[in-house]
Design a protein. Structure first.
Lengths: 323, 389
């Protein structure tokens, strides 16, 4: 009797474990649920919900995709999850209130924004040692490391600057003043341009990396939506280099910008308070996290249509995808 | 799918290179705080902290110095606090003579007028203490800016919400200070503007200790015509604190107590406000209130202008502050700027009760040709003031 009762659950467990390694998953951090939602990219179903630390916000994959780093802001740590077992295997010393971070191309140095302390903490993901702490502006938020690994750029929301950190010396070497409340930075694949969103300013600055000067500033306008509600946060550049997608927060739209002409090609209606985005591994779809509606919108990149939305947890914040 | 227009503009003019070559400069700011004796109240209410305002100014200096470090800009605060209006005037003038050209004033309207008279016009003055509507409509002290919301803004924010709820029959209970009459007047004006009806206005003047008798005295006092809410105008909290749950009809209490329209409150936590609270609480070891926020916003306004103009003189700063380019990110979910008639900082007003945020005004549907924020308070045609073209 005992054997018969056990058997199905064992089989189920085995199935679940093997399915972890299967193709096409998205992980979404739910800021007000302290969980991650796991989304199957073939069936568009949420197949698992995992408990993590308090107030999970920024999430990022190791270069081989085997580990997930999670900013558990209110637990004051960066958690490391083994994606094969979905277990937390380590807590990194992140400094207080980690919000966003970026992994160096060397797969070791993790650059973390400590929002409450006006610091960027650099942690070695292998030794778990803090390599450096760099003083930046008030409320550091966005973080990006250049593709060549030379620069780590941090945005500070109240200081309104991009801080340029030399990754060899870990010194802050330059600052670029941008519009109010910079939230997110994204390097172009060749590392020559940097896109920076300003949430309250309502603009996106395109910065020339060698000179660290703004070369274009983009404004957005959607009929029927008050300009103050157009608040750019997340920025993603398509793999073919054609488009920049800009999440416009409480305007509930994603702007599609032609990266050559810098013109807005379209505004796509998604869920409420859209913040961060990620492409599926095949680059066919773009997923957006919609905080207030608690869902993820799926944008078909080829024809720029919103195809579906999927309910996840409360206040979805970050998203990553694995093949 | 929603059809939208496709439009994008380049702001080519704003691309001036900044930062790397900035010249070192020091911006000195005077903080003038009047410790106001609210007078005796019958009950032992919780008093406002004596450093309300000052702590906000201090935090903004720290914030601005963190920013300034990267530009070689330094900010220094000169703090003056006193209950003696004359002493404040002398101290402010002494600071002016030492070269201070920017002042954050957290005082009564009367003291404020004295300070404006004493300080020459090449001193930038920001009112972070007085909610007086007169200052913004008739008195029009020369070139004065205001970061604290006026009573009219608070009353309008409340009235819009009441109309949105369709609670349009109001009983107005007023305590007996000049400020309470001013807030009651603002409520009357809001009723007229938004279609509320004041079914009865009552002045409270009982000389009893309400801790013992509220249950007995207040229900009959608030019984009469049918109403949807009791609006209380009692800034000191002499009677207002005791009104909730003691009304004649089972109705909510709003106004200076109960659900309150406020410029700032602990319960505002969205748009990064949680971070501002946590910095403030670490510094001051208490919650940040409306006075703290107004002084914080005043110093940040000055610092934002210094950051963008690389200047410290009043004409450059004030021109920039009153220009279209000025924008202040101040944890209220949208950029803030100043009205060029009254010099008032436009801002959303939160509606809170002690443990939660209820709403934020302007409410949806209250429209204005320029910005919905101007549905709160006195609009250009209703004010005689003109701080800039």
């Amino acid at each position: 009797m005992k054997f018969r009762a056990l058997a199905p659950s064992l089989i189920a467990a085995a199935l679940t474990v093997s399915s972890y390694a299967q193709a096409g998953l998205a992980y979404i951090s739910n800021e007000k649920d302290d969980t991650l939602s796991v989304l199957d990219l073939n069936t568009w179903q949420v197949i698992d919900t995992i408990d993590v630390g308090e107030r999970p916000r920024g999430i990022i994959l190791s270069k081989d995709g085997s580990k997930l780093y999670i900013c558990a802001s209110d637990s004051d740590t960066v958690q490391v999850m083994d994606l094969a077992t979905r277990k937390i295997i380590a807590n990194l010393p992140s400094g207080a209130d980690p919000e966003q971070f970026s992994l160096h191309p060397d797969d070791r140095k993790l650059y973390i924004s400590n929002e409450d302390d006006a610091l960027v903490t650099v942690v070695d993901t292998q030794t778990h040692e803090v390599l450096a702490q760099i003083e930046v502006g008030v409320e550091p938020e966005g973080m990006a490391v250049s593709p060549d690994g030379k620069w780590a750029v941090n945005t500070s929301e109240t200081t309104n600057m991009l801080h340029w950190i030399d990754t060899e010396t870990h010194e802050l070497v330059d600052n670029t003043l941008v519009d109010q409340r910079p939230r997110h930075v994204e390097f172009r694949e060749d590392g020559q341009l940097l896109w920076a969103s300003s949430e309250i300013g309502g603009t996106v600055s395109v910065v020339d990396v060698p000179s660290r000067q703004i070369i274009k500033k983009l404004n957005f306008e959607i009929k029927g939506i008050h300009p103050d509600k157009i608040q750019p946060v997340g920025v993603k550049l398509s793999a073919d280099g054609k488009y920049a997608f800009v999440a416009l927060g409480p305007a509930n739209h994603v702007a599609v910008v032609d990266t050559k002409s810098y013109e807005v090609v379209d505004y796509l209606l998604v869920g409420r308070r859209v913040w961060h985005m990620e492409f599926t591994p095949d680059n066919q779809y773009l997923l957006t996290t919609n905080g207030i509606s608690g869902d993820v919108s799926v944008i078909n990149v080829a024809d720029l249509k919103v195809e579906r939305s999927i309910k996840v947890g409360r206040y979805p914040w970050g998203v990553v995808t694995t093949p | 799918m929603l059809k939208t227009t496709r439009h994008l503009a380049f702001a080519g003019l704003m691309l001036a290179p900044i930062a790397a070559t900035a010249t070192p400069l020091t911006m000195e700011i005077g903080y003038i705080g009047e410790i106001v004796d609210a007078g005796p109240v019958l009950s032992n209410i919780i008093p406002e902290p004596e450093d309300a305002g000052l702590q906000g100014a201090r935090l903004a200096i720290t914030d601005s110095n963190t920013t300034g470090r990267f530009l070689k800009h330094h900010y220094q605060l000169h703090e003056v606090q006193s209950s003696d209006s004359q002493a404040l005037r002398e101290e402010a003038l002494a600071l002016y003579q030492q070269g201070v050209r920017a002042f954050v004033l957290n005082t009564s309207a009367t003291t404020l007028a004295g300070l404006r008279e004493a300080l020459p016009l090449d001193a930038l003055l920001i009112n972070a203490g007085s909610r007086s509507d007169k200052l913004r409509t008739e008195q029009c002290l020369p070139e004065l800016l205001h970061t604290i919301p006026s009573r009219a803004m608070l009353a309008d924010a409340l009235a819009q919400w009441l109309m949105m709820r369709r609670w349009n029959r109001w009983m107005l209970v007023r305590s007996n200070t000049e400020e309470d009459s001013a807030f009651a007047a603002a409520i009357n004006r809001a009723a007229h503007r938004f279609g509320g009806r004041i079914v009865e206005e009552k002045a409270w003047s009982f000389d009893t200790d309400l801790r013992r008798t509220a249950q007995k005295e207040l229900p009959p006092f608030t019984t009469g015509e049918e109403y949807d809410v009791v609006i209380v105008a009692d800034e000191r909290g002499d009677v207002g604190e005791f009104l909730p749950y003691n009304t004649g009809l089972p109705r909510p209490v709003v106004g200076t107590q109960g659900m309150m329209p406020v410029g700032w409150h602990k319960m505002i936590e969205a748009w990064g406000a949680a971070q501002l609270h946590s910095r403030f609480e670490q510094q001051a070891e208490r919650w940040m209130n409306e006075k703290d926020y107004a002084s914080w916003a005043a110093v940040r306004t000055i610092a934002e202008a210094v950051t963008r103009t690389n200047a410290t003189d009043k004409p450059t700063l004030q021109n920039y502050i009153l220009s279209d380019q000025f924008e202040l990110a101040a944890f209220k979910g949208r950029k803030l700027n100043f009205r060029n008639w009254s010099g008032q900082l436009r801002q959303p007003i939160a509606l809170v009760h002690p443990r939660a945020l209820v709403s934020s005004s302007p409410q949806e549907g209250f429209l204005h040709p320029k910005t919905d924020l101007d549905t709160l308070g006195f609009d250009a045609p209703e004010s005689r003031c003109q701080v800039a073209e």
